[in-house]
Design a protein around this ligand. Structure first.
Ligand code: FCB
Length: 465
């Protein structure tokens, strides 16, 4: 491992002066992307195990079977988090590790793992932010209908109860779901993610059931973890019209409605957006009495995952808005546009339209094709620039009165990037997937210095809105 005294790519700008003291600096991960050890302790099969084992679904037939082996290496990784100076670590709990058959018998070994993880984080001064669902549904539940089936709501709530009962005294921040839009649209709509079904009606049924299960989970968490803050992490893109025209504006409104308002409206206003309900026609989900009240359960914070923006123009029909890409823009290795002002605009808009009491950026980051050089270092100035731009946008939003209380870089480690397998590296820490050796990248040192400077006591007071 390269020495932590290696050269920093620190940029001498007073970025830290945009953040109040007490601002939470974090990094994020998800269970299936890092844990590996898929058979340890009687863990059950998840939809991602099955999907990865299905030929043609994941690049090179790769899977999370070993991933970063975080299951066994977490004490070393937490030491690295301490070197980085993280205030908080966002991880997810694997439902099939805790309840291998989806419902019923609890695996003591599975639950013990998360118990040890939480204690190790706390012992190292790192605050646990636990996500309860980051896409790894037990396969048995998919076999009995998956998220499009209403019964999955009850199964999720039972699982949340088990986890919160055990960890609720020590986990101060809970995230019910990660990106229900992506889980539903990629998993059940386009089929590019597990479980790989493709039906618009199923995708919207899945999203609705995830949202209802979120609402019920909030109630359970209030009971089992009364001191904790509870929220949900939504994937969000600011949407812009390519040029001002009525058609482009309508197209942008649909893209924004499907990806953003479809989730924000029920959570903060207790209703689905009418224009999108009409747009979906018979593919709109069946909403039972009480569902919308459940979804609108008050939350303590909104988690925003943002990577890029969408620029939209009218397509041939309203059903097919056209996403514009200009070759002169900057893109990451995912082909995602680098546009930090988009995060500023998004934060302003969410604050103005929905006024969440508190916001955390629960994911933001970039994939680049990083290599470990002969001297053992991993230089990733592009990632440092990306982070600097986006973090500056967050700081600016705070200065203009948006209540952002923390930022989580995606990701702490290079990991299994879903259908891309191991081809996309998002980590602050490089992982050699043959030896599993960890090497902090240049961006790690840059982030470490930023965190240290922001703690140095010269943070400025933040204007009250
Ligand atoms: C988000 C996911 C996360 C990771 C990043 C790159 O949509 O929540 O697991 O894959 O994208």
């Amino acid at each position: 491992m390269a020495s932590l005294a290696a050269t920093s790519e620190s940029v001498q700008r007073p970025l830290e002066r945009l953040f109040p003291s007490g601002f939470i600096w974090g990094a994020a991960t998800a269970a299936y992307q890092i844990e590996g050890a898929v058979d340890a302790g009687g863990r059950g099969e998840s939809i991602w195990d099955r999907f990865s084992a299905t030929p043609g679904k994941v690049r090179n037939g790769e899977s999370g079977a070993i991933a970063c082996d975080f299951y066994n290496r977490y004490p070393d990784d937490i030491r690295l988090m301490r070197d980085l100076g993280l205030d908080a670590f966002r991880f997810s709990i694997a439902w099939p590790r805790v309840i291998p058959n989806g419902r019923g018998a609890v695996s003591a070994e599975g639950l013990d793992f998360y118990d040890r993880l939480v204690d190790e984080l706390l012992a190292n001064g790192v605050t646990p932010f636990a996500t309860l669902y980051h896409w790894d549904l037990p396969q048995v539940l998919e076999d009995s209908g998956g998220w499009p089936a209403r019964e999955t709501i009850d199964a999720f709530v039972e699982y949340v109860e088990v986890v919160a009962h055990r960890l609720g005294d020590r986990v101060p921040y809970w995230i019910t779901h990660n990106e229900p839009w992506v889980a539903a649209s990629h998993g059940y709509g386009s089929g590019v993610h597990a479980p790989g079904r493709s039906s618009r009606a199923e995708a919207f049924a899945a999203a609705h059931h995830m949202l209802v299960s979120h609402g019920h989970a909030v109630e359970v968490l209030r009971r089992e973890s009364p001191e904790a803050q509870v929220g949900i992490a939504l994937s969000m893109c600011p949407v812009y019209e390519a040029s001002p025209s009525e058609g482009n504006r309508a197209a942008a409104r649909i893209v924004d409605g499907l990806g953003n308002r479809w989730f924000l409206d029920p959570i903060f206003r207790g209703s689905y957006p009418e224009d999108i309900v009409a747009f979906l026609g018979e593919d709109a989900p069946t909403v039972e009495p009480g569902d919308l009240d459940a979804i609108a359960a008050p939350i303590d914070f909104l988690g925003i995952n943002n990577y890029f923006r969408e620029v939209v123009e009218a397509g041939e029909t309203p059903e097919h808005p056209h996403i514009v890409r200009d070759a002169s823009w900057d893109f990451t290795d995912m082909g995602w546009e680098i546009y930090p002002d988009g995060l500023f605009d998004l934060l302003q808009r969410v604050h103005d339209d929905y006024t969440p009491p508190s916001i955390y950026i629960t994911e933001n980051g970039a994939a680049f094709a990083d290599n470990r050089a002969h001297d053992g270092a991993v230089r990733d100035p592009e990632r440092t620039r990306y982070l600097e731009g986006y973090i500056e946008a967050v700081g600016r939003a705070i200065q203009s009165g948006v209540p952002v209380d923390g930022y989580f870089a995606w990701s702490f480690l290079d990991n299994f990037e879903w259908a891309y397998g191991y081809a996309k590296r998002f980590g602050l820490v490089h992982v050699d997937f043959h030896t599993l050796e960890r090497t902090p990248k240049g961006s790690f040192y840059w982030y470490r210095d930023l965190i240290a400077r922001s703690r140095a006591g010269d943070a400025v007071p933040i204007p009250q809105p």
